[in-house]
Design a protein around this ligand. Structure first.
Ligand SMILES: NC(=O)c1ccc[n+]([C@@H]2O[C@H](COP(=O)([O-])OP(=O)(O)OC[C@H]3O[C@@H](n4cnc5c(N)ncnc54)[C@H](OP(=O)(O)O)[C@@H]3O)[C@@H](O)[C@H]2O)c1
Length: 440
């Protein structure tokens, strides 16, 4: 039987998943692929480290270049992470005519265009199923199952850490810090959670997915990114009172004037299918012109789910080699313009802390009105903390630029304390006006 000889770079979380799956499913995969998938070399930083899986001593090396240069290796699987040396190792692998599989979303989002061009030039495959949505085969669905479609929009929850934290804040009434501590305890958050909670990781994934789906290249730096660290537990409860859940949504839409692409905490109606995606789960909802709406749901991270996605790329490579297919998947490298978020419009959730005196709502709504922002719903709480009460407004659709100008003015009013909370609402159509007064 033919063999696909694999050089593995990294035997951490994902590397161990790949290693275990290739061992436990060896016969099964060989039968399904008509080729046996065999790891011949593995590079790690520290070969002496105990890691729960036990490759043979002659498989392990601390020199990743040795793996990449090994002439017996057909495919290099990059699971080191970060930009360098991962980028140089991938380029070297492509230059020496090897196919490459990677899970490295940060690298692809920031340098993917250069790497895909290099692969195309050399007639090599650069596959990346595990880089978006972990175990969810979203890349394959877009490339194969949805090939007949123009995808018009992507709405997704693609950072499990943030989703876990928001779920804990909602279900267990924890504040952000407590929920983050719990996420760390359960292994859902890294020691430094910044990339996850500030939205960067989701934006990396959105860059890759939207570039693939919209047939052009979207620059990571053009995506508007805002994270969840400024969400307070009161925002979760107020949103719930209005019938919404707060989710870190990664959205991309193709419009005639450019792509809209943003990652930000967003209010979603509780009836929306993405509102029930809880815990560390991910989901991607796409709308295609032929198929309509399609939802993918599953584990967006973790050793075995992500390993499963890497192995699916390896199986594809094995089958393509067996069938003599050397034509890499089509990638389009034209730059796609991304619209400035200030030019977009939406409905908004606004939370102010205001002094408890008559006329405050009138003052705030006057400023909003002067900026063409109209109010659709109000909750005024009578719960005083230091003479200050929360005032929550939902707006009708308004321009983001106008809203920002209004908020800047409102933050300067003598009746407001601290900065307003501003969150986007994703729903259509907006409800009619109603004003409610609630006791504390
Ligand atoms: N973890 C997930 O759930 C997940 C999900 C989707 C995508 N990803 C992506 O998958 C990639 C790997 O993530 P991970 O969580 O598996 O990382 P990890 O647990 O930190 O593992 C990294 C591995 O790379 C090795 N390594 C680091 N620098 C090296 C070098 N210069 N030469 C050789 N080996 C080196 C490390 O060796 P030592 O073990 O000796 O230190 C370790 O085995 C990242 O791009 C990540 O974004 C991860």
């Amino acid at each position: 039987m033919k063999q696909l000889k694999i050089g593995l770079l990294g035997l951490g979380q994902v590397g161990k998943g790949v290693y275990s799956i290739l061992r436990s499913k060896r016969a099964d995969l060989a039968r399904k692929c008509g080729t046996s998938l065999r790891i011949v070399k593995i590079a790690v930083r520290n070969p002496a480290k105990r890691r729960g899986v036990r490759p043979s001593r002659h498989q392990l090396t601390a020199d990743a270049h040795q793996v990449v240069r090994d002439p017996s290796v057909d495919v290099v699987v990059e699971l080191i992470g970060g930009i360098n040396p991962a980028k140089e190792l991938i380029r070297e692998a492509l230059r020496t005519n090897k196919d490459v599989v990677t899970a490295n979303k940060a690298l692809l989002a920031e340098h993917g265009r250069q790497l895909f061009r290099e692969a195309q030039k050399r007639g090599r495959h650069l596959l990346f199923e595990a880089s978006v949505g972990g175990g969810i085969p979203v890349i394959k669905v877009v490339r194969e199952g949805l090939i007949a479609n123009r995808i018009r929009s992507i709405r997704s929850i693609i950072n499990g850490t943030s989703n876990y934290i928001l779920t804990q804040m909602s279900k267990s009434h924890l504040d952000f810090k407590e929920a983050l501590a719990l996420a760390r305890e359960k292994g859902y958050a890294e020691a430094d959670p910044t990339l996850d909670v500030e939205g960067t990781d989701a934006a990396h994934k959105l860059t890759i997915l939207a570039s693939l789906v919209f047939g052009g290249w979207i620059r990571f730096r053009d995506i508007y990114v805002d994270g969840i660290s400024r969400i307070r537990s009161e925002d979760i409860s107020f949103a719930e009172e209005f019938g919404y859940a707060i989710k870190l949504l990664a959205i991309a839409k193709k419009t005639p004037s450019g792509v809209e692409a943003q990652v930000r905490p967003t209010l979603l109606p509780k009836s929306h299918v993405l509102s029930s995606v809880n815990g560390s789960y991910n989901a991607v909802l796409m709308s295609g012109d032929e198929v309509g709406e399609i939802l993918l749901y599953g584990r967006g991270a973790g050793s075995l789910p992500t390993g499963s996605a890497v192995v699916s790329d390896l199986a594809d490579l094995a089958r393509m080699r067996l069938g003599g297919i050397h034509h890499p998947f089509h990638m389009d490298f034209r730059s796609l313009p991304v619209r400035n978020v200030a030019l977009l419009s939406s409905r908004y959730y606004l939370r102010f802390h205001v002094v408890d005196q008559p006329g405050v709502l009138a003052k705030i709504s006057h400023v909003l009105g002067r900026h063409q922002v109209s109010i659709s719903d109000v909750i005024q709480k009578e719960q005083r903390i230091g003479g200050v009460v929360p005032l929550i407004l939902l707006t009708h659709r308004a321009s983001e630029r106008a809203l920002r100008r209004a908020i800047h003015r409102i933050n300067q009013l003598t009746v407001t304390r601290g900065k307003a909370q501003v969150l986007r609402i994703e729903d259509d159509p907006p409800p009619t006006v109603s004003v409610r007064r609630h006791g504390g």
